[in-house]
Design a protein around this ligand. Structure first.
Ligand code: C5P
Length: 222
């Protein structure tokens, strides 16, 4: 089956103290988004890439490709007002009856194992969602009250959320709701059961300046 990686880099990264969107911050010699694309190309050089970018960053992307002699040429889709609309725009460029890895550009540390787990499960069942168990104690804050939660029942959700393309395209077209923060929830809203697979702990979503320091250490080590 043909494979696509839909890399969502359509956000403005307002939670990080930086003039440029976080997906373009250079660490270990490359912008984050290029590290991310490399991970999938290394996993399977035949993967086709769709990159979702804010319209305002498209010329910057081309400049960065020149600067870094970046030879992978993804198809470009325009970012939307939320991640949901960015994914929706990207899915329009993807063939039916294929597999799509939908991945946050700001997760440059996804492992081959995680990608393989996602691929195997989505190929046989239609969907897969990489998760990791929480290691801290957890509390639910509800109004003025708070109480402990059973952490053995709580998992952190990562990307690449992986799907047979016919299913996920149909779900994105059909849903009347647009405030989902991930793709599995869109498919689940159509009544489909979501399959969990093991992610990798280093596969953090870069959100804060501290995450950048951690990611830089891992990327330099690699
Ligand atoms: O904002 P957050 O960290 O949840 O974003 C996760 C990913 O979704 C990032 O790679 C970001 O660029 C992308 N995104 C997007 N379009 C938006 C908002 C976020 O592609 N409108």
């Amino acid at each position: 089956m043909k494979k696509f990686a839909l890399i969502v880099a359509g956000g403005s990264g307002t939670r990080i103290n930086s003039d440029i969107p976080k997906q373009f911050i250079e660490i270990a010699g490359l912008p984050l988004v290029m590290h991310t694309i490399h991970n999938f190309a290394k996993f399977d050089p035949k993967i086709e890439f769709i990159l979702v970018l804010p319209e305002s960053q498209i010329s910057n992307w081309h400049l960065l490709c020149k600067k870094h002699h970046f030879s992978i040429k993804p198809k470009i889709a325009f970012g939307g007002v939320t991640r949901f609309y960015s994914v929706k725009n990207g899915l329009k460029l993807i063939d039916d009856e294929s597999i799509v890895f939908i991945h946050d550009a700001v997760r440059p540390l996804v492992s081959d194992n995680t990608i393989q787990n996602c691929l195997d499960c989505a190929t046989t069942t239609g969907n897969s969602l990489p998760v990791i168990p929480v290691t801290d104690s957890v509390r639910i804050v509800d109004g003025g009250n708070n109480h402990p939660a059973d952490r053995s029942k709580i998992y952190l959700v990562q990307t690449p959320q992986t799907f047979q393309t016919t299913l996920i395209k149909k779900a994105y077209r059909a849903t009347p709701v647009d405030n989902f923060t991930d793709d599995a929830s869109v498919l689940e809203s159509m009544g489909v059961t979501i399959n969990l697979v093991e992610g990798n702990r280093e596969n953090i979503k870069i959100t804060t300046p501290a995450d950048l320091i951690i990611a830089e250490a891992f990327l330099k080590r690699n």
